[in-house]
Ligand binder design. Structure first.
Ligand SMILES: [Cu+2]
Length: 125
């Protein structure tokens, strides 16, 4: 083996090593998405979402669960794709929306908006 082919072999070995090390960094898995639960109607029967404001990350899901003083629904302003217009009539009914873009999303319950049943999802990028 002459000197230049030796250098080429070492070069290839180093290149493959760097490739393997680089792949390890690339495949490091991101944090798993979370689901945050919001009650519709407080335990004491008030017409509110509990908690009224939640802060999540892009890709997380909000799960609204029917609690007290049904019926309720979830109308996310300007986002029909995240909304549930149909009234949830029974206790424990779950409505889920996954938020895939950052921003602030205000929502309300159509039967109880006038009573102040409003909420907000803050989605951080
Ligand atoms: Cu309501």
């Amino acid at each position: 083996m002459n000197f230049s082919s030796f250098v080429r072999k070492i070069g290839l070995a180093i290149a493959s090593l760097l490739f393997v090390v680089g792949s390890l960094f690339i495949t490091a898995s991101p944090a798993a998405a979370d689901t945050v639960t919001v009650k519709m109607g407080s335990d004491s029967g008030q017409l509110v979402y509990v908690p009224e404001v939640v802060t999540i990350k892009v890709g997380d899901t909000v799960k609204w669960v029917n609690n007290k003083n049904m019926p309720h629904n979830v109308i996310v302003i300007d986002h029909p794709e995240l909304s549930y217009k149909a009234l949830a009539l029974k206790p424990k009914v779950e409505l889920e929306s996954t938020f895939t873009e950052a921003g602030e999303f205000s929502y309300y319950c159509s039967p109880h908006r006038g009573a102040g049943m409003v909420g907000k999802v803050i989605v951080e990028g």
